[in-house]
Design a protein around this ligand. Sequence first.
Ligand SMILES: C[S@@+](CC[C@H](N)C(=O)[O-])C[C@H]1O[C@@H](n2cnc3c(N)ncnc32)[C@H](O)[C@@H]1O
Ligand SMILES: [Mg+2]
Length: 254
Amino acid sequence: MLDSQTILIASALLLLLLAWKFRRLLVFFWHKGVLQFMKDFMSGMSKEERILDWVKQHAVVGDPQSVVDAMDVYSRQKEWSMHVGDIKGVIVDKVMEEVKPQILLELGTYCGYSAVRMAHLLPPGGHLFTIEFNESFATIAQQVIEVAGLRDKISILKGPSQEIIPQLKKKYEINSVDMVFLDHWKSRYLPDTKLLEENGIIRKGTVLLADNVICPGAPDFLEYVRNSKRYECTTYPVENIRVNDALEKAVFLG
Ligand SMILES: C[S@@+](CC[C@H](N)C(=O)[O-])C[C@H]1O[C@@H](n2cnc3c(N)ncnc32)[C@H](O)[C@@H]1O
Ligand SMILES: [Mg+2]
């Protein structure tokens, strides 16, 4: 029979072994959870409010590039945030310059980084509609857009993409769009692409640009567009970041 001291030591060893085996996961949760909670508690603000605060302090009102730069500096020096960022942003800029969309739809606004980055590159008269279901993110994004001076070029449509897409024509008077930037939850890329097709929001020539197709990844979306004769695809692998990722451009052929 094992005595209680042996059981205690064996349990402690087992716990240590498990902690070692899952150390990466523990570090991840420490960063994501505990540190985040402490920062929120000590600053009395959420991460997104801290981003807005930084933008207000460091960007020039009416200068979109200074807003983008301020957000890039914040995420590089202070806290990581889930916006597309400056490295992948260059690819987004390149596609924007190629497509020159008059009507651009974004799925997933967060704090408005990509919205400001893209709206800044819209041709005269162009407009960006961006869909966000998190009320507090949408409120932060609206204020970031105000600082950038892009209020007239960007409309935030609040709600889940799956509810808003079918309303785009009637409620928002958007007949079709020239480009879609997909950057919301990855499991929605494929169903929302099909919704855009079914509702006639994308037309021959509409360009879909999807972020994070490798990490976190949208395998069902990739399989669908790459194997469909209705899309012509180009992959933009991303180097120089900690994880491998890519953007996928899929041109709808009608
Ligand atoms: C990665 S962030 C967007 C980052 C932003 N595009 C940028 O680069 O600045 C994803 C955002 O999508 C929103 N989101 C996720 N699924 C959504 C859905 N089905 N409908 C609307 N918003 C969604 C999340 O709340 C989050 O703010
Ligand atoms: Mg992204």
